[in-house]
Design a protein around this ligand. Structure first.
Ligand code: FA5
Length: 337
């Protein structure tokens, strides 16, 4: 009998706590504490107990009744003051509202979009490719001989032996050419990864914009003209483009390209470290080995490719001195542009 009193008590407590309106609370009161309630029923069973057990059980029933009545009163007061419906956060309609934070586009996204806009104007399409690549598309198809030192620059993160995070958007050149015949004219914006030490100008994760054009009769002059038009679109009509020999396994000849400093006009200033030039990326004529690898007729088609770091452009444009600012998550970066 004592056990069933305790069970009933637990049940009643839970029911009283769960009531969210005064009506519900009154119904629970009637069910447990009312004249025909469950406690009364138990009390009526007292007479069937042996004489000597009755006082202790009677005491327990009285105690339970008092405790439940106290709890009932507590709940009544809480419900009356409106706290129970929103126990933790009562709605105070008189508080001033929270102003929504208004931010601009992230400077990297704004820069990427402006770059793409220029190439759309030149008749390019936007292509995308996977950030997680296989070794073939990351290196082999881009004409990297096995263990070639040029791969050191492209040290990246491996998911498995043969599966890695791409270190450059050049991988998408292959993906695009595998799917279509020339003419090809695409730009590829995308995230890349390298095991570079993070500093003011390098990050393990960064963005590049790749360009690829393959058609009949394409020459280095087309590449120069295209990058001149791109640079003018980004930095203004006075800007000049400079090419210097470089090496990439997938282009031959290869070049590093720079623009005359748009701050000092090429005289030399702090932004261009006194050189008058701002290096922007790599470029070159697509190596015939790469074209042959995707099944293109190398007697008929030639092409050029280039790749630039989007952070580099954005830093120059907005005068941002540290690349880490882009990834800081600091809302002030977004609110000032
Ligand atoms: C390349 O990645 C070549 N794929 C470019 C290319 C494309 C050449 C097509 C020929 C034909 P490079 O390793 O120099 O080249 O990188 C290009 C740009 O990416 C750099 O100029 C730099 O702006 C940016 N970049 C490279 N590594 C990082 C890094 N760790 N953090 C931020 N930006 C980076």
């Amino acid at each position: 009998m004592e056990e069933s009193i305790r069970q009933l008590s637990d049940q009643a407590r839970a029911a009283l706590e769960a009531a969210t309106t005064e009506e519900e609370l009154e119904a629970e009161r009637r069910r447990f504490l009312g004249r025909k309630g469950l406690l009364r029923e138990i009390r009526q069973g007292l007479k069937d107990l042996p004489e000597e057990d009755r006082p202790a059980v009677g005491k327990l029933i009285n105690q339970t009744t008092r405790q439940l009545e106290a709890l009932l009163e507590q709940r009544r007061q809480k419900l009356a003051s409106g706290k129970a419906a929103f126990p933790e956060d009562r709605l105070d309609v008189t508080l001033p509202g929270r102003a929504p934070l208004i931010a601009g586009k992230h400077p990297l996204l704004a820069t990427m979009e402006d770059m793409i806009e220029i190439f759309l104007g030149l008749g390019y399409l936007v292509a995308e490719g996977p950030e997680i690549e296989d070794y073939y598309h990351a290196f082999e198809a881009l004409n990297y001989p096995e263990d070639h030192p040029a791969m050191d620059e492209q040290m990246t993160f491996y998911v498995e032996d043969d599966v890695l995070l791409r270190s450059q958007t050049s991988t998408v050149q292959i993906r695009v050419m595998e799917k279509q015949e020339p003419p090809v004219r695409v730009v590829v914006p995308g995230r890349c990864y390298r095991r570079d030490t993070v500093d003011a100008t390098h990050c393990h994760t960064f963005y590049q914009l790749e360009g690829l054009l393959v058609d009949e009769g394409i020459t280095f002059a087309d590449l120069k003209g295209t990058l001149q038009a791109f640079a003018e679109g980004m930095f203004g009509p006075e800007v000049r483009v400079r090419f210097r020999p470089d090496f990439f396994p997938f282009t031959e000849p290869s070049a590093e390209f720079a623009v005359s400093c748009f701050i000092c006009g090429g005289v030399g200033c702090r932004v261009c470290s006194g050189t008058g030039w701002l290096e922007l990326g790599g470029a070159g004529m697509v190596d015939p080995n790469v074209l042959a690898g995707v099944g293109y007729d190398t007697e008929r088609y030639t092409g050029f490719a280039f790749g630039v770091g989007i952070e580099r452009f954005a830093m120059l444009r907005y005068g941002i001195k540290d690349i880490r600012v882009f990834y800081s998550g600091d809302m002030r970066v977004l609110t000032q542009f």
